[in-house]
Design a protein around this ligand. Structure first.
Ligand code: GAR
Length: 197
C-alpha cells in the first residue's frame, strides 16, 4: 500500500501535530506529513514542523488579504503535492466550499468538546472550555469528525470523554482534553490511512 500524503493545518501550539509526528515516527501511522500549513505566521506548530524537516507554509491575512485568493493558494498547494488527506489539527479558520468539495471524505478535524455540544461558530480553543465550565458541566471531551460545509457538522469519527473537576480552570480542563485529543487524532489518522474508516 502506498504511503498516504498528509497536509496538516494548524493555527497554534501544534501539540496535536506533534502527536501525529510521533506516531508516524514510531510506525503507528503509515503516512508522511508532506506539509504543515498555518494561518498564523508565528504559530509554534510551524517550529515543531521545521524541527522535523517538514516543509511549512504560512497562508494568512498578511500574504493573502483576500480570502478567496487565500483559498485558491491553499487548493493549489494541496493539489501540487497530490495530498491524500487534510488534517485540521487546531486549525482555527473555516475552509471554503471549494476545498471541502475537492477533498470530500478526506478532510478530518479535531474539536475539543463532545459534539454536538459546544461546537459551531465561535466555539474554538479556550472558548469551548470556558463555556463548559460556565454551564457547570460534569464532563467534556474531544471529537474527531469528517469536515463538511457546515461548522463542526460533519460525520463523527471518534469521541472520548473526560471528567470536569470542581476546581478546573479553562487551562486545566484544556490540558485534560488535549491528552485525549492526542490519542484520538492518532487513531483517526491511523484508521483513515489504513482504509478502515
Ligand atoms: C485543540 O484543543 C483543538 O481541538 C482546538 O484547538 C486546539 C489546538 O491545540 N481546535 C478547535 O477548537 C477547532 N474548532 P494544538 O495546537 O496544541 O494542537
Amino acid at each position: 500500500m502506498q504511503v498516504k500524503k498528509l497536509a496538516v493545518l494548524i493555527s497554534g501550539g501544534g501539540s496535536n501535530l506533534q502527536a501525529l509526528i510521533d506516531a508516524i515516527e514510531s510506525g503507528e501511522i503509515s503516512a508522511k506529513i508532506e506539509m504543515v500549513i498555518s494561518n498564523r505566521e508565528k504559530a509554534y506548530g510551524l517550529t515543531r514542523a521545521e524541527q522535523n524537516n517538514i516543509p511549512t507554509y504560512y497562508l494568512g491575512i498578511k500574504n493573502y488579504p483576500d480570502s478567496d485568493e487565500r483559498a485558491q493558494a491553499l487548493n493549489a498547494l494541496l493539489a501540487s503535492h497530490h495530498i491524500d488527506y487534510v488534517v485540521l489539527a487546531g486549525y482555527l479558520s473555516i475552509l471554503k466550499s471549494e476545498t471541502i468539495r475537492q477533498y470530500e471524505g478526506r478532510i478530518v478535524n479535531i474539536h475539543p468538546s463532545l459534539i454536538p455540544k459546544y461546537c459551531g461558530e465561535g466555539f474554538y480553543g479556550h472558548h469551548v472550555h470556558e463555556a463548559v465550565l460556565a454551564n457547570g458541566e460534569s464532563e467534556s471531551g474531544a471529537t474527531t469528525h469528517f469536515v463538511d460545509e457546515g461548522v463542526d457538522t460533519g460525520k463523527i469519527i471518534y469521541q472520548e470523554r473526560v471528567p470536569v473537576l470542581a476546581d478546573d480552570t479553562a487551562e486545566t480542563l484544556s490540558e485534560r482534553v488535549l491528552t485525549v485529543e492526542h490519542q484520538l487524532i492518532v487513531q483517526t489518522v491511523r484508521d483513515l490511512c489504513s482504509g478502515s474508516i
